[in-house]
Design a protein around this ligand. Structure first.
Ligand code: C2E
Ligand code: MG
Ligand code: MG
Ligand code: MG
Length: 277
């Protein structure tokens, strides 16, 4: 009896697993060529300076509208793109489009001359291919000045091949590009990395920001991250600001920049241009 149940159980789970694998394989196939078919686009989320309340830049966030299933969650399809290696094709397309759009804002709006665009780069793009050469080419071809491009890397992307990643980041920073550590605080090694990996700033993960008003520990951690970053001479962005109170307390604690639904949702390039106008 148990043996039969066990066998059925195994069959059941293996079928569920097959389905999950199948879904990812299908997603990978659908994602291939999605950029060329116009299914992928960039959304821009405004980033503000807390002290002045001024708009200072935008984070580029990839969106995929599947022809049959509609919008697909970025965390899902970006994971598939990373696992399959497709990100090595899509990543450079994102970089180029974001730089072109940012150049467009600067050209069309006098108030946008100093705006930056922030592009997410995945671990895989750091390990394979020559990101620094890619960035240099895109900046030259789009005419965007290096200081107006930020790249965001997660802590986990940096772990492991630290020597190689550090020299890559040093090359980017020497060229004038700003480097940010994304989702900061969620990795277990956190602060110690900042000594070895040269970055311009950290983005405090929104899981901390979410509870700064309710949880004294999260407020203490956030305050400590800000103080520590500043003492190392690096900047801090808070992500996921959804309430005025969060904005106020982050500002009081000296956080430099912020983004979040309370300040502005990710929007199309046209909507962002309207915001500038
Ligand atoms: P991320 O880089 O940490 O981006 C911030 C995420 O938080 C975005 O999710 C954004 O829509 C969301 N967000 C912004 N403000 C708020 C808020 O106030 N509340 C809440 N609950 N969420 C907020 P999204 O667009 O779904 O992207 C998820 C992740 O996918 C990104 O996290 C990033 O790691 C990755 N990603 C997005 N675009 C790209 C890309 O072009 N390349 C790569 N490699 N990764 C990307
Ligand atoms: Mg990011
Ligand atoms: Mg983040
Ligand atoms: Mg994230």
């Amino acid at each position: 009896q148990a043996k039969v149940a066990g066998k059925n159980c195994y069959r059941f789970y293996s079928r569920v697993m097959d389905q999950a694998v199948e879904r990812r394989v299908r997603m990978e196939q659908d994602l291939r060529g999605a950029w060329e078919r116009g299914e992928l686009s960039l959304a821009y989320q405004p980033v503000y300076r807390l002290e002045s309340g001024k708009l200072v830049g935008a984070e580029a966030l990839l969106r995929w509208r599947h022809p049959e299933h509609g919008p697909v969650s970025p965390s899902l399809f970006i994971d598939v793109a990373e696992q399959s290696g497709l990100i090595e094709v899509i990543g450079p397309q994102v970089l180029r489009a974001a730089c072109m759009d940012a150049r467009g804002w600067q050209r069309d709006f006098p108030s946008a001359r100093e705006l930056f665009v922030s592009v997410n780069v995945s671990a895989r793009q750091l390990r394979t291919g020559d990101l620094a050469a890619q960035v240099e080419t895109v900046l030259r071809e789009t005419g965007l000045a290096a200081q107006h491009l930020h790249v965001e890397l997660t802590e986990t992307a940096v772990i492991g091949d630290e020597a190689r990643v550090s020299s890559l980041l040093a090359r980017l920073r020497n060229a004038g590009v700003k480097v940010w550590l994304d989702d900061f605080g969620t990795g277990f090694s956190g602060l110690s990395h900042l000594r070895r990996v040269p970055v311009d700033g950290v983005k405090i993960d929104r899981s901390f920001v979410a509870d700064v008003l309710r949880d004294p520990d999260d407020l203490a951690l956030t305050t400590a991250i800000i103080a520590m970053a500043h003492s190392l001479g690096i900047h801090v962005v808070a992500e996921g600001v959804e309430k005025e109170g969060q904005y106020a307390i982050l500002r009081e604690r000296g956080c430099d920049l912020a983004q979040g639904f309370w300040l502005g949702h990710p929007m199309t390039n046209q909507e962002f241009a309207r915001l500038l106008a």
